[in-house]
Design a protein around this ligand. Structure first.
Ligand SMILES: [Mg+2]
Length: 177
């Protein structure tokens, strides 16, 4: 069995990382807490006038590499591998990829070790990737192909209206898969 796992959201706390730096750097701007986020892309929840300011936070050097890991994520990945599940980290890089791509590898090495960096797949279109399941916080994952995998939505406030199979926390992975 092949399980594709998205990096930002299911594994790395992108949202929390953004809010922490945003609030520290721009204390006078509105900061939308995670529980009030409704759009998949952070900048889509903010007014047009500050969207560039918003995206500059997660495009900065060090942002991706220093994100915290989601509770239970490391244990779940290691349990899957021990159960002979072929786990692949399937991640779509930011379009302004300059700092993001290298740091995504750094992040995987930091939390899972060098060996597991061989399991990273970068693709802007995840429907091209073969697998049994894709665990992803994006409400709908679309592309040029009809995907082979079944999408398991990794629970987040901005995807709660999307119907489908859902993983609320990593501790439940066995029951959901
Ligand atoms: Mg994601």
């Amino acid at each position: 069995m092949i399980v594709l796992i998205d990096q930002d959201g299911p594994l790395a706390k992108f949202e929390e990382g953004f809010l922490r730096i945003w609030s520290a750097k721009h204390p006078d701007e509105v900061a939308i807490p995670l529980c009030e986020r409704t759009q998949f892309y952070i900048k889509d929840d903010y007014p047009d006038s500050i969207k560039t300011k918003v995206s500059s936070i997660y495009e900065e050097p060090g942002f991706i590499a220093n994100l915290d890991i989601v509770d239970g994520a490391k244990e779940a990945v290691l349990e899957m591998l021990a159960a002979d599940i072929d786990v692949r980290f399937c991640t779509a890089p930011l379009s302004n990829y300059e700092n993001c791509v290298g740091e995504k590898y750094i992040w995987i090495e930091k939390h899972f070790g060098r060996e597991l960096t061989n399991r990273v797949i970068f693709s802007k279109d995840k429907t091209l990737i073969h697998g049994d399941f894709l665990i992803d916080d994006r409400p709908t994952v679309e592309g040029i192909c009809k995907p082979e995998w079944k999408h398991i939505i990794f629970d987040a406030p901005y995807n709660k209206l999307q119907p489908g199979k859902r993983l609320h926390q990593w501790q439940d992975w066995r029951a959901v898969i």
